[in-house]
Design a protein around this ligand. Structure first.
Ligand code: NAX
Length: 332
Protein backbone atom coordinates (compact mmCIF):
# COMPACT_ATOMS: atom_id res chain seq x y z
CA UNK A 1 0.00 0.00 0.00
CA UNK A 2 1.10 3.61 -0.65
CA UNK A 3 2.67 5.84 2.00
CA UNK A 4 0.07 7.90 3.92
CA UNK A 5 -0.62 11.45 2.72
CA UNK A 6 -1.48 14.29 5.05
CA UNK A 7 -4.82 16.03 4.48
CA UNK A 8 -6.09 19.01 6.46
CA UNK A 9 -9.71 19.98 7.05
CA UNK A 10 -10.33 23.38 8.67
CA UNK A 11 -13.55 24.15 10.50
CA UNK A 12 -13.21 20.54 11.57
CA UNK A 13 -15.65 20.87 14.47
CA UNK A 14 -18.34 22.34 12.20
CA UNK A 15 -21.28 20.78 10.43
CA UNK A 16 -19.86 20.37 6.91
CA UNK A 17 -16.72 18.75 8.33
CA UNK A 18 -18.86 16.29 10.28
CA UNK A 19 -19.94 14.68 6.99
CA UNK A 20 -16.76 15.46 5.06
CA UNK A 21 -14.29 13.81 7.42
CA UNK A 22 -16.06 10.49 7.21
CA UNK A 23 -16.19 10.56 3.41
CA UNK A 24 -12.47 11.42 3.13
CA UNK A 25 -11.44 8.83 5.72
CA UNK A 26 -13.42 6.12 3.90
CA UNK A 27 -11.28 6.66 0.81
CA UNK A 28 -13.88 8.36 -1.36
CA UNK A 29 -11.58 11.20 -2.39
CA UNK A 30 -8.01 9.90 -2.61
CA UNK A 31 -8.88 6.28 -3.31
CA UNK A 32 -9.39 3.05 -1.42
CA UNK A 33 -5.66 2.26 -1.51
CA UNK A 34 -4.42 5.59 -0.14
CA UNK A 35 -3.80 5.72 3.64
CA UNK A 36 -4.31 9.10 5.28
CA UNK A 37 -3.22 11.22 8.21
CA UNK A 38 -5.99 13.70 8.91
CA UNK A 39 -5.13 17.12 10.37
CA UNK A 40 -8.13 18.83 11.95
CA UNK A 41 -7.95 22.59 12.49
CA UNK A 42 -10.44 24.64 14.44
CA UNK A 43 -10.31 27.59 16.86
CA UNK A 44 -9.38 27.18 20.55
CA UNK A 45 -12.97 27.36 21.97
CA UNK A 46 -13.92 24.39 19.74
CA UNK A 47 -11.18 22.01 20.96
CA UNK A 48 -13.59 20.16 23.25
CA UNK A 49 -16.07 19.56 20.44
CA UNK A 50 -13.19 18.55 18.16
CA UNK A 51 -12.14 15.93 20.70
CA UNK A 52 -15.59 14.34 20.24
CA UNK A 53 -15.08 14.27 16.47
CA UNK A 54 -11.70 12.57 16.99
CA UNK A 55 -13.37 9.94 19.21
CA UNK A 56 -16.00 9.28 16.57
CA UNK A 57 -13.41 8.93 13.82
CA UNK A 58 -11.60 6.35 15.95
CA UNK A 59 -14.89 4.56 16.58
CA UNK A 60 -15.57 4.35 12.84
CA UNK A 61 -12.64 1.86 12.69
CA UNK A 62 -11.59 2.99 9.22
CA UNK A 63 -8.64 1.02 7.80
CA UNK A 64 -7.19 3.89 5.72
CA UNK A 65 -7.07 6.33 8.62
CA UNK A 66 -3.59 6.06 10.16
CA UNK A 67 -3.60 9.08 12.47
CA UNK A 68 -5.75 12.06 13.42
CA UNK A 69 -4.15 15.31 14.59
CA UNK A 70 -6.58 17.82 16.14
CA UNK A 71 -5.12 21.31 16.62
CA UNK A 72 -5.81 25.03 16.91
CA UNK A 73 -2.34 25.87 15.56
CA UNK A 74 -2.16 26.54 11.79
CA UNK A 75 1.57 25.67 11.80
CA UNK A 76 0.72 22.13 12.95
CA UNK A 77 -2.40 21.90 10.79
CA UNK A 78 -0.65 22.71 7.50
CA UNK A 79 2.64 20.87 8.15
CA UNK A 80 3.50 18.77 5.06
CA UNK A 81 -0.08 18.51 3.85
CA UNK A 82 -0.80 17.40 0.29
CA UNK A 83 -4.43 18.53 0.20
CA UNK A 84 -6.43 21.12 2.13
CA UNK A 85 -10.16 21.54 2.55
CA UNK A 86 -10.57 25.08 3.89
CA UNK A 87 -14.07 24.89 5.31
CA UNK A 88 -13.71 26.91 8.51
CA UNK A 89 -14.99 30.46 8.39
CA UNK A 90 -16.94 32.86 10.52
CA UNK A 91 -20.68 32.41 10.04
CA UNK A 92 -22.85 35.46 9.37
CA UNK A 93 -24.30 36.69 12.66
CA UNK A 94 -27.44 38.70 13.15
CA UNK A 95 -27.00 42.35 12.18
CA UNK A 96 -23.76 41.61 10.34
CA UNK A 97 -23.37 43.27 6.94
CA UNK A 98 -21.94 41.33 3.99
CA UNK A 99 -18.89 43.59 4.19
CA UNK A 100 -18.27 42.72 7.87
CA UNK A 101 -18.42 39.02 7.02
CA UNK A 102 -16.03 39.47 4.11
CA UNK A 103 -13.65 41.43 6.26
CA UNK A 104 -13.63 38.81 9.08
CA UNK A 105 -13.18 35.94 6.69
CA UNK A 106 -10.49 37.33 4.41
CA UNK A 107 -8.35 37.85 7.51
CA UNK A 108 -8.70 34.14 8.32
CA UNK A 109 -7.69 33.21 4.76
CA UNK A 110 -4.76 35.61 4.75
CA UNK A 111 -3.37 33.92 7.89
CA UNK A 112 -4.01 30.45 6.47
CA UNK A 113 -2.33 31.41 3.17
CA UNK A 114 0.75 32.46 5.13
CA UNK A 115 0.72 29.19 7.10
CA UNK A 116 0.35 27.16 3.88
CA UNK A 117 3.26 29.09 2.36
CA UNK A 118 5.49 28.23 5.29
CA UNK A 119 4.47 24.72 6.21
CA UNK A 120 2.63 22.83 3.46
CA UNK A 121 3.98 20.76 0.56
CA UNK A 122 4.71 22.98 -2.44
CA UNK A 123 2.38 20.86 -4.60
CA UNK A 124 -0.53 21.17 -2.14
CA UNK A 125 -4.01 21.27 -3.66
CA UNK A 126 -6.23 23.76 -1.81
CA UNK A 127 -10.02 23.76 -2.01
CA UNK A 128 -11.77 26.72 -0.36
CA UNK A 129 -15.32 26.05 0.80
CA UNK A 130 -15.72 28.78 3.47
CA UNK A 131 -17.50 31.87 2.20
CA UNK A 132 -16.96 34.13 0.34
CA UNK A 133 -15.22 31.11 -1.20
CA UNK A 134 -13.92 32.61 -4.46
CA UNK A 135 -12.42 35.69 -2.86
CA UNK A 136 -11.06 33.73 0.10
CA UNK A 137 -9.23 31.46 -2.37
CA UNK A 138 -7.75 34.51 -4.09
CA UNK A 139 -6.58 35.98 -0.78
CA UNK A 140 -5.14 32.65 0.37
CA UNK A 141 -3.13 32.27 -2.84
CA UNK A 142 -1.92 35.87 -2.65
CA UNK A 143 -0.37 35.18 0.77
CA UNK A 144 1.23 31.90 -0.31
CA UNK A 145 3.58 33.13 -3.05
CA UNK A 146 5.77 30.00 -2.95
CA UNK A 147 2.83 27.81 -4.08
CA UNK A 148 1.63 27.93 -7.72
CA UNK A 149 -1.51 30.05 -8.00
CA UNK A 150 -3.36 27.33 -9.88
CA UNK A 151 -3.17 25.18 -6.73
CA UNK A 152 -5.88 27.34 -5.08
CA UNK A 153 -9.48 26.71 -6.08
CA UNK A 154 -12.95 27.54 -4.76
CA UNK A 155 -15.97 25.28 -4.58
CA UNK A 156 -18.85 25.73 -7.01
CA UNK A 157 -19.40 21.99 -7.37
CA UNK A 158 -22.36 22.07 -5.00
CA UNK A 159 -24.02 24.55 -7.35
CA UNK A 160 -23.21 22.29 -10.30
CA UNK A 161 -24.62 19.25 -8.50
CA UNK A 162 -27.77 21.22 -7.66
CA UNK A 163 -28.14 22.32 -11.29
CA UNK A 164 -27.61 18.79 -12.61
CA UNK A 165 -30.16 17.43 -10.14
CA UNK A 166 -32.74 20.00 -11.29
CA UNK A 167 -32.28 19.01 -14.96
CA UNK A 168 -32.40 15.27 -14.18
CA UNK A 169 -35.64 15.75 -12.22
CA UNK A 170 -37.18 17.85 -14.99
CA UNK A 171 -36.42 15.16 -17.59
CA UNK A 172 -37.14 12.20 -15.29
CA UNK A 173 -33.71 10.64 -15.92
CA UNK A 174 -31.06 9.40 -13.47
CA UNK A 175 -28.53 12.03 -12.40
CA UNK A 176 -25.72 10.11 -14.15
CA UNK A 177 -27.45 10.69 -17.50
CA UNK A 178 -26.88 14.47 -17.32
CA UNK A 179 -23.43 15.95 -18.02
CA UNK A 180 -21.68 19.27 -18.61
CA UNK A 181 -24.23 21.54 -16.93
CA UNK A 182 -21.86 24.11 -15.46
CA UNK A 183 -21.55 27.11 -13.16
CA UNK A 184 -19.90 30.38 -14.15
CA UNK A 185 -18.64 33.09 -11.80
CA UNK A 186 -19.06 33.56 -8.09
CA UNK A 187 -20.43 31.12 -5.50
CA UNK A 188 -23.15 33.62 -4.62
CA UNK A 189 -26.58 34.51 -5.88
CA UNK A 190 -24.99 36.09 -8.99
CA UNK A 191 -23.62 32.73 -10.17
CA UNK A 192 -24.76 31.62 -13.61
CA UNK A 193 -25.91 27.98 -13.83
CA UNK A 194 -25.62 27.24 -17.55
CA UNK A 195 -27.32 24.26 -19.19
CA UNK A 196 -26.54 25.37 -22.76
CA UNK A 197 -23.59 23.01 -23.24
CA UNK A 198 -25.17 20.20 -21.22
CA UNK A 199 -25.91 16.79 -22.71
CA UNK A 200 -28.28 14.04 -21.60
CA UNK A 201 -28.61 10.33 -22.37
CA UNK A 202 -32.21 9.45 -23.08
CA UNK A 203 -33.20 5.98 -24.25
CA UNK A 204 -29.71 5.21 -25.46
CA UNK A 205 -29.19 8.41 -27.45
CA UNK A 206 -27.36 11.59 -26.52
CA UNK A 207 -29.23 14.89 -26.79
CA UNK A 208 -28.51 18.48 -25.90
CA UNK A 209 -30.14 19.36 -22.56
CA UNK A 210 -31.50 22.45 -24.29
CA UNK A 211 -33.37 20.36 -26.90
CA UNK A 212 -34.49 17.66 -24.47
CA UNK A 213 -36.01 20.20 -22.04
CA UNK A 214 -37.27 22.31 -24.94
CA UNK A 215 -38.38 25.15 -22.67
CA UNK A 216 -36.15 28.23 -22.94
CA UNK A 217 -38.31 30.20 -20.50
CA UNK A 218 -37.69 27.55 -17.82
CA UNK A 219 -33.97 27.17 -18.57
CA UNK A 220 -33.35 30.93 -18.44
CA UNK A 221 -35.83 31.62 -15.62
CA UNK A 222 -37.02 29.21 -12.97
CA UNK A 223 -34.05 26.85 -13.39
CA UNK A 224 -31.45 29.59 -12.89
CA UNK A 225 -33.26 31.08 -9.89
CA UNK A 226 -33.84 27.72 -8.21
CA UNK A 227 -30.12 26.93 -8.35
CA UNK A 228 -29.08 30.44 -7.29
CA UNK A 229 -31.43 30.33 -4.29
CA UNK A 230 -31.09 26.67 -3.35
CA UNK A 231 -28.82 27.39 -0.37
CA UNK A 232 -31.43 29.77 1.08
CA UNK A 233 -34.21 27.20 0.47
CA UNK A 234 -32.27 24.55 2.42
CA UNK A 235 -31.72 26.99 5.30
CA UNK A 236 -35.43 27.88 5.34
CA UNK A 237 -36.39 24.20 5.55
CA UNK A 238 -33.63 22.78 7.74
CA UNK A 239 -32.91 25.88 9.83
CA UNK A 240 -29.25 25.14 9.12
CA UNK A 241 -27.19 25.57 5.98
CA UNK A 242 -26.38 22.79 3.50
CA UNK A 243 -23.89 20.40 5.04
CA UNK A 244 -24.22 16.84 3.72
CA UNK A 245 -24.48 18.07 0.12
CA UNK A 246 -21.65 20.57 0.63
CA UNK A 247 -19.41 17.80 1.98
CA UNK A 248 -20.28 15.54 -0.97
CA UNK A 249 -19.50 18.35 -3.42
CA UNK A 250 -16.15 19.05 -1.73
CA UNK A 251 -15.31 15.35 -2.17
CA UNK A 252 -16.36 15.43 -5.84
CA UNK A 253 -14.22 18.53 -6.45
CA UNK A 254 -11.05 17.13 -4.83
CA UNK A 255 -11.63 13.64 -6.25
CA UNK A 256 -11.76 14.93 -9.82
CA UNK A 257 -8.77 17.24 -9.27
CA UNK A 258 -6.76 14.34 -7.85
CA UNK A 259 -7.80 11.62 -10.32
CA UNK A 260 -8.81 13.64 -13.43
CA UNK A 261 -12.02 13.98 -15.42
CA UNK A 262 -13.20 11.57 -18.09
CA UNK A 263 -12.71 12.64 -21.67
CA UNK A 264 -15.45 14.94 -22.96
CA UNK A 265 -16.76 15.65 -19.48
CA UNK A 266 -16.22 18.91 -17.65
CA UNK A 267 -16.74 20.10 -14.10
CA UNK A 268 -17.09 23.53 -12.48
CA UNK A 269 -14.29 24.92 -10.34
CA UNK A 270 -13.50 28.40 -9.09
CA UNK A 271 -10.02 28.97 -10.54
CA UNK A 272 -7.75 31.91 -11.19
CA UNK A 273 -9.18 33.64 -14.26
CA UNK A 274 -7.00 34.22 -17.32
CA UNK A 275 -9.76 36.34 -18.87
CA UNK A 276 -11.31 33.45 -20.84
CA UNK A 277 -14.88 34.12 -22.06
CA UNK A 278 -14.54 37.83 -21.19
CA UNK A 279 -14.37 37.15 -17.43
CA UNK A 280 -12.24 39.62 -15.45
CA UNK A 281 -8.62 38.50 -15.07
CA UNK A 282 -7.03 37.66 -11.72
CA UNK A 283 -10.17 36.89 -9.79
CA UNK A 284 -11.19 33.35 -8.79
CA UNK A 285 -14.01 32.70 -11.25
CA UNK A 286 -15.93 29.46 -11.74
CA UNK A 287 -15.31 27.98 -15.19
CA UNK A 288 -15.92 24.61 -16.79
CA UNK A 289 -12.59 22.76 -16.53
CA UNK A 290 -11.08 19.49 -17.67
CA UNK A 291 -8.45 17.84 -15.50
CA UNK A 292 -5.58 15.49 -16.24
CA UNK A 293 -2.39 14.67 -14.31
CA UNK A 294 -3.62 16.79 -11.39
CA UNK A 295 -3.84 19.95 -13.53
CA UNK A 296 -7.05 21.72 -14.53
CA UNK A 297 -7.55 23.53 -17.84
CA UNK A 298 -10.39 25.89 -18.65
CA UNK A 299 -12.53 24.34 -21.41
CA UNK A 300 -12.25 26.56 -24.49
CA UNK A 301 -14.51 27.11 -27.46
CA UNK A 302 -17.93 26.91 -25.79
CA UNK A 303 -20.65 29.10 -27.28
CA UNK A 304 -22.17 31.77 -25.05
CA UNK A 305 -25.27 33.65 -26.20
CA UNK A 306 -26.07 37.26 -25.22
CA UNK A 307 -28.08 36.09 -22.20
CA UNK A 308 -25.12 34.10 -20.89
CA UNK A 309 -22.69 36.93 -21.60
CA UNK A 310 -24.84 39.35 -19.59
CA UNK A 311 -24.92 36.91 -16.66
CA UNK A 312 -21.13 36.46 -16.74
CA UNK A 313 -20.69 40.24 -16.71
CA UNK A 314 -22.81 40.60 -13.54
CA UNK A 315 -21.04 37.88 -11.58
CA UNK A 316 -17.61 39.04 -12.83
CA UNK A 317 -18.33 42.57 -11.62
CA UNK A 318 -19.27 41.26 -8.18
CA UNK A 319 -15.99 39.34 -7.96
CA UNK A 320 -13.98 42.42 -8.90
CA UNK A 321 -15.77 44.38 -6.16
CA UNK A 322 -15.11 41.63 -3.60
CA UNK A 323 -11.45 41.54 -4.62
CA UNK A 324 -11.15 45.31 -4.10
CA UNK A 325 -12.77 45.09 -0.66
CA UNK A 326 -10.68 42.08 0.35
CA UNK A 327 -7.36 43.56 -0.68
CA UNK A 328 -8.22 46.79 1.16
CA UNK A 329 -8.89 44.80 4.34
CA UNK A 330 -5.69 42.76 3.96
CA UNK A 331 -3.43 45.74 3.42
CA UNK A 332 -5.03 47.88 6.19
P1 NAX B 1 -20.10 25.78 10.91
O1 NAX B 1 -20.33 27.13 11.55
O2 NAX B 1 -20.89 24.60 11.33
O3 NAX B 1 -18.55 25.39 11.08
C1 NAX B 1 -17.53 26.29 10.83
C2 NAX B 1 -16.37 25.91 11.71
O4 NAX B 1 -15.26 26.73 11.35
C3 NAX B 1 -16.63 26.12 13.20
O5 NAX B 1 -16.32 24.95 13.92
C4 NAX B 1 -15.70 27.28 13.55
O6 NAX B 1 -15.22 27.22 14.87
C5 NAX B 1 -14.59 27.04 12.53
N1 NAX B 1 -13.70 28.18 12.34
C6 NAX B 1 -13.98 29.50 12.42
N2 NAX B 1 -12.87 30.23 12.25
C7 NAX B 1 -11.87 29.35 12.03
C8 NAX B 1 -10.48 29.49 11.80
N3 NAX B 1 -9.90 30.70 11.77
N4 NAX B 1 -9.73 28.38 11.64
C9 NAX B 1 -10.29 27.17 11.69
N5 NAX B 1 -11.60 26.96 11.92
C10 NAX B 1 -12.38 28.04 12.09
O7 NAX B 1 -20.22 26.05 9.33
P2 NAX B 1 -20.44 25.02 8.15
O8 NAX B 1 -21.89 24.81 7.94
O9 NAX B 1 -19.56 23.85 8.34
O10 NAX B 1 -19.96 25.92 6.91
C11 NAX B 1 -18.61 26.29 6.76
C12 NAX B 1 -18.45 27.31 5.64
O11 NAX B 1 -18.86 26.75 4.38
C13 NAX B 1 -19.26 28.60 5.81
O12 NAX B 1 -18.44 29.71 5.47
C14 NAX B 1 -20.35 28.45 4.76
O13 NAX B 1 -20.84 29.70 4.34
C15 NAX B 1 -19.60 27.73 3.67
N6 NAX B 1 -20.38 27.05 2.63
C16 NAX B 1 -19.89 27.06 1.37
C17 NAX B 1 -20.50 26.39 0.34
C18 NAX B 1 -19.93 26.39 -1.05
O14 NAX B 1 -20.58 25.83 -1.93
N7 NAX B 1 -18.76 26.98 -1.33
C19 NAX B 1 -21.78 25.65 0.56
C20 NAX B 1 -22.01 25.31 1.98
C21 NAX B 1 -21.61 26.34 2.99
O15 NAX B 1 -22.63 27.28 3.11
Amino acid sequence: MAEPIRVVVTGAAGQIAYSLLYMIARGEVFGKEQPLVLHLLDIPPMMGVLEGVVMELADCALPLLRQVIPTADPAVAFKDVAAAFLVGAMPRKEGMERKDLLSANVKIFKAQGQAIDQHARKDIKVLVVGNPANTNALVCSHYAPSIPRENFTAMTRLDQNRATAQIAAKLGVPISAVKNVVIWGNHSSTQFPDPSNGIVEINGSTKRVWDAVNDAAFLQGNFVETVQKRGAAVIAARKMSSAMSAAKAACDHMHDWWHGTTSGQFVSMGVLSDGSYGAPKDVVFSFPVEISNGKWKIVQGLQLDDFAKSKLAVTGKELEEEKGEAMAVCSA
